[in-house]
Design a protein around this ligand. Structure first.
Ligand SMILES: Nc1ncnc2c1ncn2[C@@H]1O[C@H](COP(=O)(O)OP(=O)(O)OP(=O)(O)O)[C@@H](O)[C@H]1O
Ligand SMILES: [Mg+2]
Length: 328
């Protein structure tokens, strides 16, 4: 798969796209200091998700995925940068606003089912609880809302059971019902399939997609499972606390009328022009420390720098080339 640079200006919808996204992070930094050692979990992460979109964020263990989600859920505050979700500025919100934000603006699904559901309540009671805490719906409408949610997540058949009496997939689908009970604008899921087998993972990812489609809730799924990109139109890869590439998936119809899925990977360029070259490109040409750049009329070339003192010579043939949108 080729990698293409997607320029951030020009109004195209991109990670660092124009203001107005339901989730907008700019140059987000989170530094943890423990025992005098600093860990930069997020190192200037930029991300934008449109209202109603469903997006996956993937990355290796330790790349900063949970740190990002904990910030977006209002449980942690970033060290620097900007983060605005559904119009709420996460860096400046006060205590009362934070409670309101967590209760009704965002819903979350965590990896551990024990963190999502109360073990001594039935499925119906678990789903009803957030409605009671928010006290937003008149009492008589709560029962109808619970039934609607159980049907949407296909857990009506276990309505009277407690989490310990259900499969992992049923527990996570119930957790999604709890998360969207108060019709949040944003749904956040951290490794929602981390404890499930492959077939059940597919079922839970499809349930998230179904909820996104039916309710229009903006959805962000964080996972280290690369197969998630088969379930969403946009997958953002993070590496070392920064967005590195994005994979866009669309359906095309060929000349025989057959639908086929096409995925294309883009490198993400931030406002100040930084990008991460894919690691296989870096390894293929043994790029390290310094590279030579050349601006051409319609693209930028990247060459390994010759070892030793800088010499004036023509770049070698077959460089890594970074092309602009118009190129494709
Ligand atoms: N509370 C904390 N105190 C100190 N360091 C932390 C803290 N939370 C996370 N980190 C560090 O920040 C980095 C990013 O952690 P994070 O949990 O966001 O990774 P992740 O991408 O979710 O990984 P995984 O796939 O294993 O869940 C790691 O180096 C981690 O050790
Ligand atoms: Mg994590």
């Amino acid at each position: 798969m080729s990698t293409t640079i997607e320029l951030m200006d020009g109004g195209a919808r991109t990670s660092a796209g124009p203001a107005g996204g339901e989730i907008r992070c700019g140059d987000l930094v989170r530094i943890f200091a423990t025992d005098g050692v600093e860990v930069q979990a997020l190192q200037g992460l930029t991300l934008s998700v449109d209202p109603g979109e469903i997006v996956a964020v993937v990355g290796a263990s330790g790349s900063g995925k949970s740190t990002l989600l904990t910030i977006l859920s209002g449980l942690d505050t970033p060290t620097g940068g900007s983060a605005v979700v559904a119009g709420t500025d996460l860096l400046t919100m006060g205590h009362a606003e934070r409670v309101r934000y967590q209760r009704s603006t965002v819903g979350f699904v965590w990896q551990q089912t024990s963190r999502n559901l109360l073990p001594y309540l039935t499925v119906s009671e678990n789903v009803r609880l957030p409605l009671e805490l928010a006290n937003a719906l008149p009492r008589r409408e709560r029962r109808r809302r619970v039934e609607e949610l159980l049907e949407l997540l296909d857990v009506g058949h276990v309505a009277g059971r407690r989490p310990g009496e259900m499969s992992g997939g049923e527990q996570q689908r119930t957790a999604i019902a709890v998360a969207v009970a108060n019709s949040p604008r944003v749904l956040l899921a951290d490794e929602p399939t981390g404890e499930l087998d492959e077939a059940t993972s597919v079922e839970v990812l499809e349930a998230l997609r179904g909820v996104n489609r039916e309710t229009g809730v903006t959805t962000l799924i964080v996972t280290h499972d690369p197969t998630v990109s088969e379930h969403v139109a946009r997958t953002i890869q993070i590496r070392d606390g920064r967005t590195s590439t994005e994979t866009l998936r669309r359906t095309e119809t060929d000349e025989h009328g057959q639908a086929r899925h096409v995925s294309e990977e883009f490198a993400v360029l931030d406002r100040v022009g930084r990008l991460q070259l894919p690691q296989d490109f870096v390894h293929a040409l043994d790029l390290r420390d310094r590279v030579r750049l050349a601006l051409e009329a319609d693209h930028v070339g990247v060459w390994p720098a010759a070892p030793g003192p800088a010499v004036e010579s023509d770049p070698p043939a077959e460089p890594v080339e970074t092309r602009t949108e118009e190129d494709r």
